[in-house]
Design a protein around this ligand. Structure first.
Ligand code: ADP
Length: 473
């Protein structure tokens, strides 16, 4: 049953729910109306019976022979009518019938009610014969000083007919109303869900080649509209990621091609004209240089790919940042000295932070390498760390040529270089260093920002959060 229900369309299910709810409401309403009318009609008959009783009691007489008889005293000559419709019995207290007046022949009555016992006020509905229901009121009275029990009757046929008419009308109208509700519900649901079909049709047309298409969204304020909005936003993000991926692939291919082309060109020239051993040695040297470039590039690409593939940071250990900075300074000491630069570590505190050592080291190595590369000789490069209330700051500052503000965001994109020609010809990389650095820091829950002015140097600041750190003095 559950499966059957789930296999139906939403429209069908909504229509069915709608019809069921309508049926329930209608049933409750009809039942309520029936109960109210029945109660009112019954109360009215009982009220009439009380009036009848008073009239009867006043109109009963006992003649000289002690027999009970009915003296009709109609004031408008309506005795005939009164005689026809009056319906009563007079009983003695010991259960003897003294007078009976029924408007129907007594012989027709098969189940006459038995003699009364007890002398209290009583109301009852009795079926005198099949289908003939009467309401009866029994009450003690006095006729000329004699105690009697008087019963008055009223036909219930009309009341019952009214009630059965209500039932009939309800039974006839009920299926009709439910069917109308079901059809109405189906139509309303079809109309309301129409945009969903349009969305599904459009979504089917969207492929990786047409990610710029969007779902139709005629009313962004309703539920379907907000679904379309969310879906369209997802498409926008997907499109951006896809474009980024495409750009990355084409940049990577381009970067891989350049050294390969150079390798081939150098090789071909050497093969053609290379008779001189000195020249051949030179050729092999430059070929090895290009091979080294390729190796570096592939290594960087692999690092990036690995970082993107695994989301969680594998190891998180408590790290002494000043000690790590000293270690990096020692590593680059020779390179800096060659360029006449000085590397200084500034730290007042023994700053500890819980982080992934390899990733943080990789980030810092890239930053210091860049600082050395982009600073003039005889300049100073500082590595500093400080505690903040919400975490730990690590900065790498140089007084090099700086970065123009419009590139502050872009330098973290893969393959972006401010001056491509210079990087390619010099010892510069392929523009993956800062992209790797940014990912490494973000994987540690931190962020990296650059503050730089053209010709005044740059500061790269890493902010690691406190919840991942255990900084203490
Ligand atoms: P690369 O491998 O070419 O150094 P990066 O991603 O490390 O690539 O850096 C991207 C670009 O950012 C570099 O080409 C350079 O123009 C600029 N850049 C990075 N660090 C510095 C710095 N300390 N001073 C000036 N420019 C920098």
């Amino acid at each position: 049953m559950k499966n059957w229900w789930l296999r139906r369309s939403v429209r069908f299910r909504l229509a069915l729910w709608y019809a069921a709810a309508t049926a329930l409401v209608l049933f409750a309403f009809a039942w309520f109306v029936y109960e109210v009318i029945e109660h009112r009609l019954a109360a009215e008959i009982d009220r009439q019976l009380r009036i009848d009783f008073d009239l009867m009691e006043a109109q009963l007489e006992i003649d000289t022979e002690g027999r009970m008889h009915w003296a009709v005293r109609g004031s408008h000559g309506d005795e005939g009518f009164a005689r026809m419709s009056a319906w009563f019995e007079v009983w003695s207290e010991n259960g003897e019938l003294l007078l009976r007046h029924w408007p129907v022949p007594e012989a027709n009555i098969k189940d006459a009610p038995p003699a009364p016992h007890g002398s209290t006020l009583k109301f009852a509905t009795v079926e005198l014969e099949r289908g003939l229901f009467v309401r009866m009121m029994e009450r003690p009275g006095r006729v000329r000083g004699r105690s009697v029990i008087i019963r008055v009757f009223r036909d219930e046929t009309e009341t019952r007919r009214t009630l059965s008419e209500i039932v009939e009308v309800s039974l006839l109208g009920f299926p009709l109303a439910v069917a109308l509700a079901a059809i109405g519900g189906y139509l309303v649901a079809t109309r309301s869900l129409a945009p969903l079909n349009a969305m599904a049709r459009q979504a089917r047309r969207i492929t990786s080649e047409s990610l710029s298409k969007r779902l139709p969204n005629p009313n962004p304020n309703d539920e379907l509209g907000s679904l379309a909005t969310v879906f369209n936003e997802t498409l926008t993000r997907l499109e951006a990621s896809f474009a980024e991926l495409q750009r990355f692939t084409s940049d990577a291919s381009h970067e891989l091609r350049s050294p390969l082309t150079a390798l081939r060109a150098v090789g071909e020239v050497a093969l053609r004209d290379g008779h001189d051993p000195t020249m051949l040695r030179e050729t092999i040297g430059s070929m090895l240089e290009e091979a080294q470039r390729l190796t570096d590039l592939v290594d960087s690409l692999l690092t990036l790919a690995r970082m993107d593939a695994t989301k969680a940071v594998a190891t998180r250990e408590e790290l002494n940042i000043p000690a790590l900075l000293e270690e990096i300074r020692d590593q680059f000491e020779v390179l800096a000295t060659e360029k006449g630069q000085t590397l200084a570590v500034t730290s007042n505190h023994n700053v500890l932070v819980k982080t992934d050592r390899t990733l943080l080291r990789l980030a810092l190595v890239n930053l210091v390498h860049n600082a050395i590369q982009h600073s003039p000789s005889n300049s100073k490069i500082s590595l500093a760390t400080a505690r903040r209330p919400s975490g730990v700051d690590i900065s790498v500052s140089d007084s090099g040529h700086g970065i123009a503000p419009e590139y502050h965001e872009k330098i973290f994109e893969p393959f972006f270089r401010v001056d491509k020609a210079r990087s390619r010809s010099g010892s510069g990389g392929v523009g993956l260093g800062l992209a790797i650095t940014k990912r490494a820091i973000e994987r540690n829950g931190g962020r990296i920002i650059v503050e730089s002015e053209l010709n005044r140097g740059s500061v790269f600041r890493i902010e690691l959060p406190v919840d991942r750190s255990a900084a203490r003095t």
